[in-house]
Design a protein around this ligand. Structure first.
Ligand SMILES: Cc1ncc(COP(=O)(O)O)c(C=O)c1O
Length: 399
């Protein structure tokens, strides 16, 4: 038999899978385990959005739509981007697809020729590195330390750019760190991008989840020069608890949106007509439920960060957005727990699941080997119990 595609063969399975499958197996065996791996809001989709989905079926919104989404939805996206992010787009600059994830992929496909370099700040969301490779690009990882609040500086960005650099992926607020770039920091990055002529895929999927009254700033809003090189990715998954509806979008200059539309027309046809109607409701109705969820996340973040920093051996900085906390475990390396010497984050993750009955995500897959990602998209009750278990686990007591 002939060899399979080398691009496909080189795609790494998700590094979070090992712990996740152990977690699921333990649950199935009846163990009382708590999971902090979720990358999705634990809230149900708000009722008015669900009803719009039902209405869509009843009223026969059940056919193909234009490949980049219905004109009504694209217009609603433009309105929301204007109201929430202060950026003006026209409907022909929007391409809707099946979630933000494929949007990142088509954005890369629109930009990247084989061998082009794509700058990826680390810690990074686990899918970016594989999506870059799938698009034929070469990831160039630029590390941002905890002392730098996991944010790359303009100097670091400039130093990583070569004649082969085509673009950078910026995730703001970030999964996995929860950190958010300020306007000043974005301005400095944008200056470099404009000067060196590189594009920016700005994944702003967590933009509704910003805390402490901090202003979220969209990369595209920085300047007209920044906007013309920005492919803004966003969607309804996180803001409206709609992960299963699969609607995301790219906003980009018309010539780029058109190429993306051509691409989508051939590979996805169109996004789900029913989900588009539900998303239209999400974007145009009152945003009260978004704010309620945001407040609940902020309360959980405050609790988690405060508690974690009181537990000897671990620490975390306070994330400004999204729903993740990066726990620093570097002090535990070389220490023995339950007869094992902890060498890395994967060791910690496995031991914590086995002896603490808590599933977290080791930072190894995010390019952050000294850290563990906790998602607080789970109930306060679980968060309290999970941190109680962390305390016991670090004291060498089995849960
Ligand atoms: C940074 C980031 N971008 C995109 C996505 C995917 O969003 P969607 O469910 O809309 O594909 C996720 C989901 O975890 C994410 O964390």
């Amino acid at each position: 038999m002939k060899e399979l595609s080398s691009i496909a063969l080189n795609i790494e399975p998700s590094s979070t899978m090992a712990i996740d499958s152990m977690f699921k197996q333990m649950k199935a065996e009846g163990h009382d385990v708590i999971g902090f791996g979720a990358g999705e809001p634990d809230f149900p989709t708000p009722d008015h959005i669900k009803l719009a989905g039902i209405d869509a079926i009843v009223n026969n919104h059940t056919k193909y739509t234009p490949s980049t989404g219905t004109i009504e939805l694209r217009r609603a996206i433009c309105e929301r981007l204007k109201a929430d992010c202060g950026v003006e787009y026209h409907a022909n600059e929007i391409a809707v697809s099946n979630g933000a994830k494929p949007c990142v992929y088509v954005a890369l496909r629109a930009l990247v020729n084989p061998g082009d370099e794509v700058i990826l700040p680390a810690p990074y969301w686990v899918s970016y590195i594989e999506l870059i490779r799938m698009a034929g690009g070469v990831p160039v990882v630029v590390e941002a330390t905890e002392q730098e609040h996991f944010k790359i500086t303009a100097e670091k960005l400039a130093a990583a750019i070569t004649p082969k650099t085509k673009c950078m992926i910026l995730n703001n607020p970030s999964n996995p760190t929860g950190m958010m770039y300020s306007r000043q920091e974005l301005e400095a990055l944008a200056r470099v991008c404009v000067e060196k002529d590189i594009y920016v895929i700005s994944d702003e999927i967590y933009y509704c989840l910003a805390y402490d009254n901090e202003e979220f700033v969209s990369f595209a809003s920085i300047s007209p020069e920044a906007k013309e090189r920005t492919l803004l990715v966003n969607g309804v998954s996180k803001a409206y608890a709609m992960t299963g509806w699969r609607i995301g979008y790219v906003a980009a200059p018309a010539n780029i949106a058109k190429i993306i539309g051509n691409y989508l027309g051939h590979c996805t046809g169109s996004p789900s007509a029913i989900s588009q109607q539900a998303s239209l409701m999400a974007l145009t109705a009152s945003q009260e439920t978004v704010e309620k969820m945001r407040e609940a996340f902020e309360e959980r973040r405050n609790y988690m960060v405060e508690r974690m920093n009181k537990i000897p051996g671990v620490s975390c900085i306070k994330p400004e957005g999204a729903f993740y906390v990066m726990m620093n475990i570097e002090k535990l390396f070389g220490k023995e727990l339950f007869g094992h010497v902890i060498k890395d984050a994967d060791d910690f993750g496995h031991l914590f699941l086995k002896h603490g009955k808590v599933a977290v995500v080791p930072g190894t897959g995010f390019g952050a080997p000294g850290f563990i990602r906790w998602s607080y998209a789970t109930s306060m009750e679980n968060i309290k119990a999970g941190l109680d278990r962390l305390e016991k686990f670090l004291a060498g007591v089995d849960v």
